[in-house]
Design a protein around this ligand. Structure first.
Ligand code: CP
Ligand code: NVA
Length: 306
């Protein structure tokens, strides 16, 4: 594995290994154990969209691993003035040991990885959010002590989170159900993958109640993702009824967890009541971005124990 571009590229063994290393990273950090495996190494972080968690967790993670992260804003770097991604890839590869990018098209990330000689990590595209879903899987496994055999339910837009959760959940042996309105289905490549899986169940339905029945974890995300701000009103209409609320939670398995990648819009995709009742799980999920990404950087950037 040279890069982390999308979970479709990973096997169940790859994902499990990342989660195991992430657990170890968390343990080391909590117990004050030295783990500066990336001493002297640098991660370039390209952001063409806003971020709080991704930026802070990557930058903090690199520091904790003994390395350094540098922030490149899409607008302020030459990327914003049209320098081709192929050239950015080759330049950054001469200075840095890894590149993290948050952008719009998945094709940009794939092109960056093709031309870069150092590992590339997808920090969110319109298609996928693999780092977030690794953190989600880590959190679910922490709380439920397993993944295979559990039912993961996603309510809302068939967006980057839905795409990555479907792939990540199914690859880990979870049953996955998704409820989204017509016209907002997950990506066709993801649906094709889901259709090829034989050892667990995938269900795509229109009724949130059907998807939530007997779920062990319910996950939602904003109705309008970054870049879709102009569709906000139209999306509010389309997604009315696709809210994670007490009535929906009552249909799930007792002890059902809630995950949200954040930022959350209370009163839209999730009620304030459900959010606060599950805040510990949601902020564990946010914390686990740090540990999961440290595992990814350690595995990809070839860290040796300092
Ligand atoms: N969940 C997530 O990726 O958060 P940010 O947009 O704040 O990075
Ligand atoms: N689907 C959201 C996730 C944000 C972390 C977006 O792309 O804006």
């Amino acid at each position: 594995m040279k890069d982390l571009l999308k979970l479709l590229d990973l096997s169940r063994e790859d994902i499990t290994h990342i989660l195991d290393v992430a657990d170890q990273m968390k343990y080391n950090q909590k117990h004050g154990l030295t783990h500066n495996y990336l001493h002297g190494k640098t991660l370039a972080m390209i952001f063409e969209k806003n971020s709080t968690r991704t930026r802070v967790s990557f930058e903090t993670g690199m520091f904790q691993l003994g390395g350094h992260a540098l922030f490149l804003s899409g607008k302020e770097s030459q990327i914003g003035r049209g320098e081709p991604i192929e050239d950015t890839a080759r330049v950054l590869s001469r200075y840095c040991d890894g590149i993290m990018i948050r952008t719009f098209g998945q094709d940009e990330v794939e092109k960056l990885a093709k031309y870069a000689t150092v590992p590339v990590i997808n920090g969110l595209t319109d298609f996928a959010h693999p780092c977030q879903v690794l953190a989600d899987l880590m959190t679910i496994r922490e709380h439920k002590a397993k993944l295979a055999g559990l039912k993961l339910c996603f309510i809302g837009d068939g967006n980057n989170m839905a795409n990555s959760l479907i792939v990540g959940g199914l690859k880990c042996g979870m049953d996955v159900s998704v409820a989204c309105p017509e016209g907002y289905d997950p990506h066709e490549k993801v649906l094709a993958f889901a259709g090829s899986v034989t050892d667990c169940r995938f269900t795509l339905c229109r009724r949130p109640e059907e998807a939530a029945a007997d779920a062990d974890v319910i996950i939602t995300d904003v109705w309008a993702s970054m870049g879709q701000e102009e569709e906000k009103t139209q999306r509010e209409r389309a997604f009315a009824g696709y809210q994670v609320n007490d009535a929906l939670m009552a249909l799930a398995h007792p002890g059902c967890m809630v995950q949200h990648c954040l930022p959350a819009h209370r009163g839209e995709e999730i009620t304030a009541e459900v959010f606060e009742a599950h805040a510990e799980e949601i902020f564990d999920e946010a914390e686990n971005r740090l540990h999961a990404q440290k595992a990814v950087m350690y595995l990809l950037m070839g860290g040796e124990e300092a």
